[in-house]
Design a protein. Structure first.
Length: 134
């Protein structure tokens, strides 16, 4: 609809929490061990930066494109974080055995990251994109 406002939240900048860094390192090893090799990045690479998002929406006939970054912080029990990480796309490429091994290795790394209540801190960066249809 002309002059309509569009807003969405998408993945944000590449600053990773300690547990996400551990997960990505373990996942990369699991993918190599499972002979998955280097996988091409998914999606339009313009979504990886604020400037790219502005270009993407400007090219799609939007104006007044505003992009703002925000960080979401949370603490969760290790099992909840493992369930969260196991939903990531690349994990689905692993064999069942490799997924079990990845979960176990991640749990082992989380043991040193737990707070007094048994939770692990994690954060993610997101971007809000708001623009107007021309």
């Amino acid at each position: 609809k002309p002059n309509g406002i569009f807003s969405a939240v998408v993945g944000g900048k590449s600053e990773f929490s300690p547990i996400l860094k551990s997960f990505l390192r373990l996942l990369e090893k699991a993918l190599r061990d499972d002979n998955k090799g280097d996988l091409p990045p998914l999606g339009d690479q313009r979504t990886k930066s604020s400037e790219g998002l502005k270009s993407l929406f400007t090219d799609a006939n939007f104006s007044d494109v505003q992009v703002s970054d925000f960080r979401v912080n949370f603490c969760a029990p290790p099992e909840s974080l493992i369930n969260y990480f196991m939903l990531m796309y690349d994990v689905g490429l692993l064999s069942g055995t490799s997924r079990v091994e990845l979960s176990a290795a991640l749990l082992e790394e989380m043991n040193s990251m737990m707070d007094a209540e048994g939770n692990v801190e994690h954060f993610i960066w997101l971007r809000q994109v708001t623009c107007r249809r021309r």
